[in-house]
Design a protein around this ligand. Structure first.
Ligand code: EPU
Length: 312
């Protein structure tokens, strides 16, 4: 079952069977579902291009997905790995998921709590992998809502553009301005598909940011400190810490722009493994193995890949 195909590594031998690409379209005319008229429900076909939906939501002044601008792939893929970037995750706006349940052979509507969303995970890529074919996703957005500006890179972007509040008043950036800022930041990090730019020919972040418990994090931070280094980290659920996989890669002997034959690391972001020309899947997997091995040797952490591997 293929969505947008942007997060896949397909084996050189291909896939020995039928491939179905989900092309269910349609973005429903928004339905308002609260008394104040601010919450707007969008029912979006699984085959709709994700960024087209984000563009439409922003054009209709509906907040909730503006920070997820410029992500390649289709709508049906977004609940699977709980797509997230720049301070938003789709779990923040998904109301329910309509899916074909292959186990029960019927169409079901799974409300958000049934989807089991976590960092880059849901029931669809963990406990119930392979059970559901996602048909539509229902998002609850907020008309006239303020744009989310939680992520440091975004705050920095706007602070640089508008250093001085005009007459003590700073109008917050509009949804459209945040969308453009996110696209610009993604572009600078090689995380926006730009024709002809080899640095963005990737599956996005190839490794997840490891989530460590307190003891593991303390140990890692102490080992970094012993080398005069500080590892970037963020709070995660249940007193855990999420640490930067990109930092680990760069501090294990791999620089941005590192090349291994036709495969390599982007010049713009250490997590983007790129096809520098005619790389085969085996070249990408070889580079992935080398990086995992290097990080494991240096820091004792096994980086988990984020893309889905098909036919291996
Ligand atoms: N960093 C480096 N080297 C780099 C890039 C980043 O050391 O080449 C360090 C920096 O300290 C930086 C920190 O890592 O401050 C965080 O970097 P960044 O803001 O680029 O975020 P990330 O953790 O590397 C995650 C997601 C991205 C998402 C961005 C923005 C994962 C695995 N990746 O990247 O998602 O766009 O945050 O929210 O969670 C994707 O999943 O495919 C993806 C691109």
């Amino acid at each position: 079952m293929l969505g947008g195909g942007s997060n896949l590594v397909i084996a050189d031998g291909g896939w020995p069977g039928l491939v179905v690409r989900i092309a269910i379209g349609g973005i429903s005319s928004p339905a308002t579902n609260d008394a104040a008229g601010n919450a707007v429900l969008f029912s979006v076909g699984a085959g709709v291009d994700w960024d087209d939906f984000v563009a439409q939501a922003v054009a209709q002044n509906c907040a909730g997905v503006e920070c997820l601008s410029g992500i390649p792939g289709s709508v049906g893929g977004t609940p699977v790995q709980n797509v997230g970037a720049y301070g938003q995750e789709v779990s923040g706006t998904i109301e329910s998921v309509r899916a074909l349940d292959l186990k029960e052979d019927r169409i079901v509507v799974l409300p958000k709590p049934a989807c089991g969303f976590r960092y880059r995970a849901s029931i669809f890529n963990t406990t119930e992998r392979g059970r559901y074919i996602i048909l539509r996703v229902n998002y609850r957005l907020k008309r006239g809502g303020a744009a989310s500006l939680k992520y440091a890179d975004l705050q920095k972007h706007f602070a640089e553009r508008f250093p001085e509040p005009v007459a003590g008043k700073k109008t917050p950036p509009s949804l459209a301005e945040v969308r453009e800022a996110v696209r610009a930041i993604r572009r600078s990090k090689g995380m926006l598909l730009v024709a002809g730019d080899a640095d963005c020919r990737s599956a996005g972040s190839f490794f997840k940011n490891p989530v460590l418990d307190e003891a593991q994090f303390k140990d890692l931070a102490a080992r970094a400190a012993a080398q005069g280094l500080e590892i970037p980290s963020y709070p995660a659920l249940d007193a855990q810490r999420k640490v930067s996989a990109a930092w680990l890669v760069e501090h294990s002997g791999f620089c941005k722009g590192y090349a291994r034959g036709a495969a390599g690391i982007s010049h713009k972001h250490a997590l983007a493994l790129i096809n520098r020309g005619d790389a085969k899947a085996s070249d990408i997997v070889g580079l992935k193995d080398e990086i995992q091995h290097g990080v494991q040797e240096a820091w004792g952490i096994l980086l988990a890949p984020e893309p889905v591997f098909v036919g291996f």
